[in-house]
Design a protein around this ligand. Structure first.
Ligand SMILES: NC(=O)c1ccc[n+]([C@@H]2O[C@H](COP(=O)([O-])OP(=O)(O)OC[C@H]3O[C@@H](n4cnc5c(N)ncnc54)[C@H](OP(=O)(O)O)[C@@H]3O)[C@@H](O)[C@H]2O)c1
Length: 253
């Protein structure tokens, strides 16, 4: 089965459906053949997405309210998803928090929160979904990490390390699930104009959630393993990774 094929009935499960990137992606995937199971912690925001998808004539829309960072509830959340669909054609994970690196250095609870939200809980949810995909022997898993995970930087290395850890986890999961015919996509966006980055000054390197969503759909259709979005971030990160530590330490990145 080709995911996102407009001629096939398909189920898309989104963990973190209220994120700006997820909302753009969901809208772009919506057609009369698509069934959605949308998970987020904000019931009102989920209801608003559902109303929009009804107008856009989605085949069906189920919503689940859950705190996705609660690792102890990962099994329960995945059971709730599977109670609403018989098969998952695409699992899209898009939740996360940026956190404040400087504040986290004063309070390790914040460090824990950043690592748990961006890495540990995602790993727990993926581990719950893995046997389901093994059994299905088909489908795709697409997870948003970040360019921040490619090199540790003084300004956000807690978030960056969680995203970098997640990228490594996904690399291993892709290897593991390849023998079952399951596709795993690692998504590495650069700067995206969303509520997460509302406090940042925007410039030339910034992209819209809609542009990122188009890139994710394209990477899924092409069955890519990993994608930088927009694509020019691949070249920026090659250069950033090549800078020797002695020079890197002189920067304020
Ligand atoms: N924006 C960027 O520049 C950028 C760059 C690289 C990667 N990313 C990644 O892209 C993904 C999507 O973020 P975004 O840019 O679209 O920002 P966003 O609109 O702020 O989305 C973040 C989403 O995560 C949800 N979330 C956080 N913790 C959660 C929890 N415990 N349970 C359920 N939902 C939770 C938030 O829900 P609430 O609305 O309820 O808080 C929000 O919907 C994230 O993984 C982010 O790290 C973003």
């Amino acid at each position: 089965m080709t995911n996102l094929d407009p001629d096939l009935i398909q189920t898309i499960v989104v963990l973190g459906a209220t994120s700006a990137i997820a909302k753009a992606f969901i809208r772009q995937c919506c057609n009369a053949q698509t069934k959605f199971v949308l998970v987020g912690r904000d019931e009102e925001a989920l209801d608003a997405i559902k109303s929009d998808l009804i107008i856009r004539k989605a085949r069906s829309i189920e919503t689940i309210v859950a705190d996705l960072a609660d690792c102890f509830r990962a099994k329960e959340t995945v059971q709730a998803v599977m109670a609403r669909c018989s098969r998952v054609d695409l699992l899209f994970i898009s939740y996360g928090i940026l956190g404040d690196n400087a504040e986290a250095l004063k309070d390790n609870v914040l460090t824990q929160e950043i690592i748990t939200s961006n890495f540990t809980s995602v790993a727990c949810l993926l581990s719950e979904f893995t046997p389901i995909f093994e059994k299905q022997k088909t489908g795709s898993i697409a997870v948003i990490t970040s360019v921040a995970g490619d090199r540790g930087r003084q300004s956000n290395y807690i978030y960056g390390s969680a995203k970098g850890g997640l990228a490594l986890f996904l690399q291993g999961l892709r290897h593991y699930l390849s023998k079952y015919g399951v596709h795993v996509l690692t998504i590495k966006p650069g700067f995206v104009d969303t509520p997460m980055t509302s406090a940042f000054k925007k410039g030339l390197l910034w992209a819209s959630p809609e542009k990122i969503a188009r890139g994710i759909r394209h990477a899924l259709l092409k069955k890519k393993s990993s994608v930088y979005l927009p694509g020019f971030w691949k070249w920026i990160m090659i250069i950033i990774k090549l800078v020797p530590e002695s020079i890197f330490h002189k920067t304020k990145l």
